[in-house]
Design a binder for this molecule. Sequence first.
Ligand SMILES: [Zn+2]
Length: 187
Amino acid sequence: MLSRLPVEVNPFRLVEQRKNLTGVISQSRMPRLQELLCDNKDDAAEVNATLNFDRTEMGLPCITGEIEAQLDLSCQRCLSKLDYKVVSEVRIILVQTDEQAERAQGEGFDTYLVEDERLFLQDFIEDELLLALPLSAMHEACDADRPYIEGLPEDLVEEEIDDTTDLAEKEEKDNPFAALKNLKDLE
Ligand SMILES: [Zn+2]
């Protein structure tokens, strides 16, 4: 079993030590992530992370690595459980001021602002995870027999159908719910 990650680290010290941190952190410690999970989620679920503290070729302090989790998301169409594996490649420059952030971003880096040389790993990992998630996670095809689909707010439906990505178009075709919506419009 992997070890627990520390709650808080001094990332700049870890950079000097070229340290690698590998371990797990509980999903239950991430309130913003919790909001995206379904009601019958696994409360013991964890996030795996491997984080390398180092410097870039230019000497900027950075974290690289990978964050991975199996999430019980709530489907944005039918609201039932959606198993979703998220893998986030981490590649950020640690900065301490807005000026440093602007400079690094100008050179094409993603940055993470660290105040008082303290990095709360659960916040950092949660931020990275949320960035890696789709804006609106949905089943490819929800089970049309679920009775509570009809209770979905209409504006949410419209938002999905207006979205003209390939996926949305495919879903509109495959999705009996979209046909329902069209029938309603004819009335
Ligand atoms: Zn669904």
